[in-house]
Design a binder for this molecule. Structure first.
Ligand SMILES: [Zn+2]
Length: 52
């Protein structure tokens, strides 16, 4: 299973390589700052702090 899939900014194809066949630069298609794990980690820390 691939660690992360990238989408070429130039041709729009998905690739796992750092450089696309079209010589474009593939980027992570997901928003960089979005993370479900961090979101729930924050809730867990609050819950732990409040001893719920
Ligand atoms: Zn490309």
């Amino acid at each position: 299973m691939p660690k992360s899939i990238l989408k070429c900014a130039k041709c729009g194809r998905y690739t796992l390589k750092q450089t696309c066949d079209c010589s474009g630069k593939p980027l992570d298609p997901r928003p960089a700052k979005f993370s479900i794990e961090d979101k729930w980690g924050k809730f867990r820390r609050i819950a732990k702090k409040n001893d719920i």
